[in-house]
Every structure is written in C-alpha cells, then in structure tokens.
Write a protein that binds this ligand. Structure first.
Ligand SMILES: Nc1ncnc2c1ncn2[C@@H]1O[C@H](COP(=O)(O)OP(=O)(O)OP(=O)(O)O)[C@@H](O)[C@H]1O
Length: 243
C-alpha cells in the first residue's frame, strides 16, 4: 500500500492539563473520505484541532506527507497542505462571495489569486452565480460550500471538516455531501466529523469510531455502517442498505 497522506501515531491531545484524545492512531490514504464518528463530547473536534495544531498536543506523532508536523504551528501546517473548516459559520457575512474568496487568498502571492479563484469557482459554479451576493445572505448550505472553497483556494491535500451539514435541511445536507465527494474526486483527502452519520457513511470510504477519546473501531464505511453496535448507537438501530 502507498504511504498514507496522514498518519496519526498514538496521538494524545486536549486542552490545558487535560488530555481528551488518547493514544489515537489512524492512516488516511490519498483521495479518500474518512468519517470520524462518536457520541457528544467523545473528542472528535479535539482530534481535528490536534491535526491542525490549535490545541494542546501531549504525545504521539502526526505524520503528514511523510513528515512529522505535530510541533509545527497551524499556519505552517496550512502552508504544507492541511486545510481546516471548523464548526459553525466562518465567512465574512457582510462581504460578497467574491470578496470572501479574495480574502481567502491572503496567504497567496497576488499573482496567483485569479488562478486560484477561477479554479474553485469552476469546481463550484454556484459561487460564480452568487459572486455579488453577500455571504450572510446565502443559504446555510451555500455558506458551507463557500467556506470549503475558501480553504481549497490554498490547494490543501488534506481537508478537515467539522460538522459541515450541521443545522442544514436534508436537501442542503445532500448538496454539502455531494460537494465533499467532488472535492475528494480532485485528489484531496478528507477527514470529516458529521452528526449525520448515515449520510456521511454513505459518501465515505472509511470510518473511524471514537469513544471517550479513544479509537473504538475502524474499517471500510460500508462495513462500519452495518455493524450492529454502530446501528444501535448512531443509526437508530435501522439502516438503509442501498448505497
Ligand atoms: N476549548 C476547550 N477547552 C477545554 N475543554 C474543551 C474545549 N473544547 C472541548 N473541550 C472538552 O473536550 C471534550 C471533547 O469535546 P469535543 O468538542 O472534542 O467533542 P466532540 O466529539 O466533537 O463532541 P460534539 O459532537 O458534541 O461536538 C469535552 O469534554 C469538552 O468539554
């Protein structure tokens, strides 16, 4: 098997003196989508923050594209290709879609802005159509797509998504999931935390299950979603078998 884009080796991370995620190991292969599942407070967001470098790292290793990054600041990880879309709205609501995308280019040389923006609006034509619309006037799903696009401007090879479909209607959740699939189809590796476990498993290649900060289970998404324990805990004991 080729070397993974991301390898977590016994990662222990948290806040202050409190380790939340403990001894967590996983490997993510290029261009795959992995869903991270777990109950409330299991430590899913904490693991994403540890990979991006915005909380306290206690021990272990985070190897990204064959290099350890666990001691690097977030901006350095971003530069190397780790992109993070945190939970909740993170655009500039009073600015237009176009202005938001220009803001998203701030770490790129100005000569690269137009090419970067053209690339993401080609991937998401909606953003071209809504170019002059204030971001705050977009629907929740459209804002989520804008926020993913703002991170994709920097061409990350790994995209960390924290609850991208939270608070969206079922139709908009479907749009966001389809967008995540399109992103992965361009070769980007995606690690997503989702409250819509059923929807996320349907678009994922693999799943990681976390309980109380520790890895409880991992495997192909199709297998994890038919596991009786997962059905019981996260899928209301009922599951659609059609992918
Ligand atoms: N900034 C913080 N400072 C201190 N403790 C925190 C912080 N953020 C989260 N925690 C604690 O870490 C634990 C795990 O929280 P985390 O948000 O990672 O869980 P989660 O699995 O993402 O849960 P949810 O699905 O509810 O978002 C919780 O006990 C929470 O109170």
């Amino acid at each position: 098997m080729s070397s993974p884009v991301l390898e977590l080796v016994s990662v222990t991370a948290g806040y202050g003196d409190n380790p939340i995620v403990r001894d967590f190991s996983a490997r993510l292969q290029a261009g795959t989508i992995t869903t991270l599942i777990g109950g409330n407070g299991a430590g899913k967001s904490t693991l994403l923050r540890a990979i991006y470098g915005t909380n306290k790292f206690f021990s272990g290793q985070i190897v990204f594209k064959d290099e350890p990054v666990e001691r690097l600041p977030p901006w350095e990880r971003l530069k190397r290709g780790i992109g993070f879309v945190p939970q909740g709205r993170c655009n500039f609501p009073a600015m237009s879609v176009g202005e938001n995308l220009k803001m998203g280019c701030y770490t790129l040389a100005s000569s690269r802005h137009d090419v970067a923006i053209e690339r993401v609006v080609s991937l998401f034509p909606l953003l071209r159509e809504r170019w002059r619309t204030e971001a705050g006037n977009l629907s929740g799903g459209q804002q989520q797509i804008l926020e993913m696009a703002m991170v994709l401007l920097l061409q990350p090879s790994l995209l960390l998504l924290d609850e991208p479909s939270l608070g969206l209607s079922p139709k908009m959740q479907g749009d966001v999931f389809a967008t995540v699939q399109r992103i992965a189809a361009t070769g980007v590796t995606v690690l997503v935390v989702e409250q819509n476990v059923r929807g996320a498993l349907l678009i994922s290649d693999r799943a990681l299950v976390m309980e109380q900060g520790r890895k409880f289970m991992e495997g192909p998404a199709a297998e994890v979603r038919t596991d009786p324990r997962i059905r019981q805990a996260y899928l209301g004991g009922n599951i659609q078998t059609a992918a």
